[in-house]
Ligand binder design. Sequence first.
Ligand SMILES: Nc1ncnc2c1ncn2[C@@H]1O[C@H](COP(=O)(O)OP(=O)(O)O)[C@@H](O)[C@H]1O
Ligand SMILES: [Mg+2]
Length: 299
Amino acid sequence: MRRIAIITDDPGWHGKQLCRAFAERGCSAEYVSLTACRLQVNGDALPVLIPGFETRLPDAVFVRGVPGGSLEEVVLYLDILHALKTLGVPVYNDGRAIEASVDKGMTSFLLHNAGLPTPMTWVLRDSDQALAIAEQELSGGHYLISKPLFGSQGEGIRRIEKSTDLMWLTSSHGIYYLQRFVECDGDGYSDVRVFVINGKAVAAMRRRGISWLNNVARGASCETIDLHSEMAELAVKATETLNMDYAGVDIIQDADGRHVVIEVNSVPAWKGLQSVCSLNIAECLVNDLVDRHMNKAGR
Ligand SMILES: Nc1ncnc2c1ncn2[C@@H]1O[C@H](COP(=O)(O)OP(=O)(O)O)[C@@H](O)[C@H]1O
Ligand SMILES: [Mg+2]
């Protein structure tokens, strides 16, 4: 039987969904934490040691979570993903895709470089420069968003609305990620999460936040929507730009009706989306991994 490693420190609902979907494809799946893996340059031993896979590497790796940590810790976790890929193990999404999207600065640069609409963004170290940018944005009538470079699920995001808020302008681990706030179209606050698998937008929902933060983890509600082709196309292009097998793409329609890409998630949760869509997302992901990467490799 083919054996899959699901990389996660918190299997939960997503882990169960994946295990079930893998079982339907004749694969057994085991949870593995990157914190317990190692590289070993040690004679004939496998160069990547994964608990439970000591004698044979997994037939594929599904990355459901990369833990945070020091720069060195995160580099080791990514090294393990890169090494597995080098050894011919399909890694879904792979280390490069995860690297580019976990780092919000790189995501913004790559989206802009590919000509895709994304908000004006500054990523920098110097606090005087950060203050000057914030003052300039406020005086131009714009709110400013400050995010941790490696943040997720809305954690640590602040909105600077007036000059007295500037005292909240702090760096995250020494780096400022500042972005112009995009006023959304329609009533209240909402954005759209588009789920892309293998170059196709397979599901989407509107996320309606309690305030301007539209993360489901921050209490946003999920609503079914019909996906416009323009938004689907933008989400697919953003996913391709970051070389991802699949992604959760956050898009805001601004007050002028333009679509703007806020984020491209390489390890997106889909519990909220699954609650408003009939397609089984775990099955779609597993089928894509098995059919496109494992069967192709003759595994
Ligand atoms: N530039 C922005 N303009 C308006 N809203 C934003 C902007 N950036 C982020 N948001 C809001 O904050 C949420 C979280 O931001 P995001 O960049 O996706 O980070 P996270 O990785 O924490 O989800 C978005 O879904 C959106 O609702
Ligand atoms: Mg997001």
